[in-house]
Write a protein that binds this ligand. Structure first.
Ligand SMILES: Cc1cc2nc3c(=O)[nH]c(=O)nc-3n(C[C@H](O)[C@H](O)[C@H](O)COP(=O)(O)OP(=O)(O)OC[C@H]3O[C@@H](n4cnc5c(N)ncnc54)[C@H](O)[C@@H]3O)c2cc1C
Length: 422
């Protein structure tokens, strides 16, 4: 795969070629998650489509000219013309394939598909999700000589890898960069010998049979499954949000705050994530307007005090976003005053959304017993209601969702499983 710079761009995308171009950044977990998929697909589709990548931070003018506002962003060209919808953020392998397939004749697609051979492999335990909960379970299982495979739709690390600083994980005197803490957790588990299948599409999960299909053609079978899939950010649901996701609306400050140097930003939310991440975005942006539905912030007191003392940040209490639109380079957030129903327009260079989380259980709802908020119910050994299926970390029904509590859950499930399999 070729790496290009801005001066080569015009030449590379024309000349009758079909091209997919990856705008990536450094310190960008979704970019790292994409890289192995992109590399693998370049080998499968390389005869028909040219795979290129370009470092966004060093080619900022070109990125701005093309309207690329977040990393990674994939652009698809046929003889210089964009021919498919852009993909950005946590990009799925299947979405890239759909786009690539639309660019080449059907018979070529069939020939490529026929090269992919289905495979089946057996393990003692499949761990779904490589955040702190899953990684800790993997470490304990590995040290107990239990054969486990770690499966993640992204790179290992979970939320910690996109948290800029963690100051409350025991054992470190100074605050730790989240990506380093998660990197160290992952390396510790990997070096023990746990098998990793990360940055994959999880196509199907059969909890009863203990089977997981990844990337459509690889089946993993096991005696036990640990669900450690954590949570995902909520969308506001306001019109325009989906369309502008990755085109000015972001859900990851670590990934995208650096693109807002001396720019004005709107942050939606007022809980812990919104407050902590606004503090981080303020290192770059000149002005932050937070839009919060309640009459006071709901983050912890210390974080609130720091935020309210920051002259760059102001909070619009009791307001909610009603729509997002684009006017030229600017993003227009229409907000409603919940007391007066008056609507106002906030003009900014970008919007960050931090409005809470929901459990990642979409693939395996089935017969799993959930609480009223959609989190998985477990007993004290982390067993779910399905025989041989455990759940740990943020995805389970519990009061406090922290790295330490996820790590504790992973420990308990792994020890319980090791004893059972003994
Ligand atoms: C902005 C922010 C700041 C935070 N700051 C702190 C802090 O300072 N201190 C602290 O203790 N806690 C903090 N937390 C909370 C902490 O990050 C979480 O409690 C912790 O990461 C939970 O770990 P987990 O393993 O359960 O889930 P996650 O960290 O969410 O990891 C889940 C993993 O599962 C993967 N996954 C999702 N769906 C699937 C699927 N279908 N198949 C396979 N894999 C899947 C995801 O890609 C992810 O890697 C913060 C959270 C956020 C969002």
């Amino acid at each position: 795969m070729k790496e290009i710079n801005a001066s080569e761009f015009e030449n590379e995308i024309t000349l009758g070629k079909k091209v997919v171009l990856d705008f990536y950044s450094s310190e960008c977990p979704p970019c790292e998650a994409l890289a192995p998929k992109f590399e693998a697909l370049s080998k499968t589709y390389g005869d028909d489509i040219t795979f290129l990548k370009i470092f966004r931070q060093k080619n900022k003018d070109l990125a701005d000219k093309l309207g690329v506002k977040s990393s990674p962003t994939l652009l698809f060209f046929d003889n210089g013309k964009e021919v498919a919808e852009r993909l950005s953020g946590g990009i799925k392998r299947s979405d890239i394939i759909t786009h690539l397939d639309s660019m080449i004749p059907v018979e070529k697609v069939e020939a490529i598909k026929s090269q992919l051979k289905p495979s089946v492999s057996d393990f003692d335990v499949i761990i779904l999700g490589a955040g702190p909960g899953g990684l800790t379970a993997g470490l304990y299982l590995c040290q107990a000589k239990v054969n486990a495979v770690m499966v993640d739709i992204a790179l290992p690390g979970g939320h910690v890898s996109t948290t800029h600083e963690v100051s409350n994980y025991p054992g470190f005197i100074e605050p730790q960069a989240g990506y380093m803490l998660s990197h160290n957790m992952s390396e510790q588990t990997k070096q023990c010998g746990t098998v990793y299948k990360v940055a994959v599409d999880v196509t199907k999960v059969d909890l009863e049979k203990k089977e997981v299909v990844i990337d459509e053609f690889e089946t993993l079978r096991a005696k036990r499954i640990i669900i450690a899939t954590g949570t995902s950010p909520n969308f506001t649901g306001a019109p325009g949000e989906k369309e502008l996701k990755g085109k000015g609306i972001s859900y990851c400050a670590t990934c995208d705050a650096k693109y807002f140097v001396d720019k004005e930003v709107v942050v939606i939310g007022g809980g812990n994530s919104a407050v902590e991440e606004s503090d981080f975005i303020a290192r770059f942006a000149s002005k932050i307007t937070m839009v919060h539905q309640f009459n006071k912030l709901t983050a912890n007191k210390q974080a609130q005090e720091k935020l309210l003392a920051n002259p760059k940040i102001s909070v619009m209490y009791e307001h909610e976003p009603r729509s997002f639109t684009k006017e030229g380079d600017k993003l227009v957030t229409e907000v409603e005053d919940l007391k007066t129903n008056e609507r106002k327009k906030l003009i900014s260079d970008g919007v960050f959304v931090f409005t809470g989380f929901k459990a990642n259980i979409g693939l395996f709802k089935g017969n799993l017993e959930l609480d009223q908020w959609g989190y998985i119910k477990t007993n004290e050994d982390m067993r779910t209601n399905i025989d041989g299926v455990y759940a740990v970390g943020d995805v389970i029904s519990k009061k406090y969702r922290q790295i330490t509590t996820a790590v504790a859950d992973g420990t308990i499930a792994a020890i319980a499983i090791s004893k059972e399999l003994d």
